[in-house]
Design a protein around this ligand. Structure first.
Ligand SMILES: Cc1cc2nc3c(=O)[nH]c(=O)nc-3n(C[C@H](O)[C@H](O)[C@H](O)COP(=O)(O)OP(=O)(O)OC[C@H]3O[C@@H](n4cnc5c(N)ncnc54)[C@H](O)[C@@H]3O)c2cc1C
Length: 373
């Protein structure tokens, strides 16, 4: 039985665990965090990666904890509706085109599936050292133990320590020129649809979630990468929110504590293959970190895992498996990262070449991503 160590228990790591277990491998996950809770607030899953979650057997559970969005309402800053953006559906009409969930709910669904698959998970544990030979990797873990495996999957996220170890000259994620504010709130009565509003350098998204909850995100091209001092955070957040009408004031009035507001700079990374060195293959954000403009980063990570499982099930062994994985995945990763970065740049001065350019690019990219994996 092929033995695999997965480093990182985020979407890429957990999905890889499920896919490789289905392919008959003996899998263990090590996760650095001791309490293993997800960062962030909300997550939208596009239709094509939902297809990937079907093959992992978790789609129904995700739909159960998610809210379906068939269209996005595009509004002026005062809340006046301008247009509706129908969301692409590559699955059956019963399936949600876009699925809005809390990060916690996605995490819980994936953890339950990992438990059902009886995948061992060591929390608060990471890789200390690794010695690779012709046919296996001997990995020293931070809990003082050693494991010998056929190969290692590096799913340790955008600031991957394994990437730094294996590819010391590889670029780190770069600032995209925008930052994002995020908050959770109660959904105001009457707000039934995913709503976006644009005002100059600020774009606001209000995403209704199940159980009367709401996920707010606000892209900001005017503030820079540095996190404002804590004492200024709430004031700066409200100054920006005050530009918007419609449902925005009803949401803003709930956000009165600095701890309710999350701020971070947006970064991107696209690593050209190879994605493997020695007997370790990197996947997910470790090799392709995207800005969230088409809500596809976790989707890419889950798709990576499904392709990995398919290749493993076909009997491919390392390093051919790693070469094929990167070859199959690079163009999709490039489409997501480059499109998202272009959209980010068009939200910064001097703006897009023409008003219709962003919508057209999104349509083209999602049509490309609708193709089978
Ligand atoms: C603002 C924002 C909004 C987003 N919105 C969406 C969205 O709506 N839809 C979408 O599809 N995507 C979205 N994304 C992208 C998505 O969050 C990521 O692409 C996704 O989480 C990547 O999964 P991953 O498993 O590769 O990495 P991560 O989620 O970063 O998981 C990595 C895991 O590895 C662990 N780890 C780190 N280092 C080590 C180590 N050395 N040893 C062991 N474990 C380690 C971490 O604790 C973590 O659990 C968004 C991203 C951002 C920044």
């Amino acid at each position: 039985m092929t033995k695999v160590l997965i480093v990182g228990g985020g979407p890429a790591g957990m999905a890889s665990g499920l896919a490789l277990t289905q392919a008959g491998a003996d899998v263990e996950i090590v996760e650095a965090s001791a309490d293993w809770r997800p960062g962030g607030i909300g997550l939208a899953l596009q239709s094509a990666p939902q297809r990937a979650t079907k093959s992992l057997g978790i789609h129904e559970d995700l739909v159960h904890v998610g809210r379906r969005h068939d269209v996005i309402d595009m509004c002026a800053a005062d809340g006046t509706p301008i247009a509706q953006m129908p969301q692409l559906n590559v699955n059956t009409p019963e399936d949600p085109p876009l699925l809005g969930m809390t990060r916690e709910a996605v995490h819980d669904v994936m953890v339950s599936a990992v438990e059902r698959a009886r995948i061992a998970v060591r929390l608060g544990t990471t890789v200390e050292d690794m010695v690779t030979s012709e046919d296996h990797a001997d990995v020293a873990l931070s809990d003082g133990t050693h494991v010998a495996v056929d190969y290692v999957i590096g799913a340790d996220g955008a600031h991957s320590a394994l990437r730094q170890r294996l590819f010391p000259d590889a670029a780190e994620p770069a600032y995209a020129g925008q930052s994002i504010w995020r908050a959770a709130a109660v959904c105001p009565p009457g707000l039934d649809r995913y709503t976006m509003m644009l005002d100059g350098p600020i774009r606001l998204g209000l995403v209704p979630l199940p159980d009367g909850r709401l996920y707010l995100w606000m892209l900001d091209s005017g503030i820079g990468a540095a996190r404002p001092p804590r004492e200024d955070l709430l004031r700066l957040f409200h100054e920006r929110l005050a530009r918007f009408g419609g449902f925005a004031p009803a949401v803003a009035s709930q956000l009165t504590d600095t701890d309710q507001v999350d701020f971070r700079a947006l970064t991107w990374l696209l690593m050209a293959p190879p994605w493997h060195a020695g007997r370790t293959l990197l996947i997910g954000d470790a090799v392709h970190t995207t800005t969230p403009h088409i809500s596809y980063g976790a989707g890419l990570a889950i798709e990576d895992a499904v392709v990995l499982g398919e290749l493993a099930a076909s009997g491919l062994a390392f390093p051919e498996l790693a070469e094929k994985l990167a070859a199959r995945r690079f163009e999709r990763a490039r489409a997501v990262v480059e499109t998202s970065l272009q959209l980010s740049q068009w939200e910064q001065p001097p703006g897009p070449p023409e008003p219709a350019a962003p919508g057209r690019l999104i349509g083209q990219t999602l049509a490309f991503l609708a193709q089978p994996l």
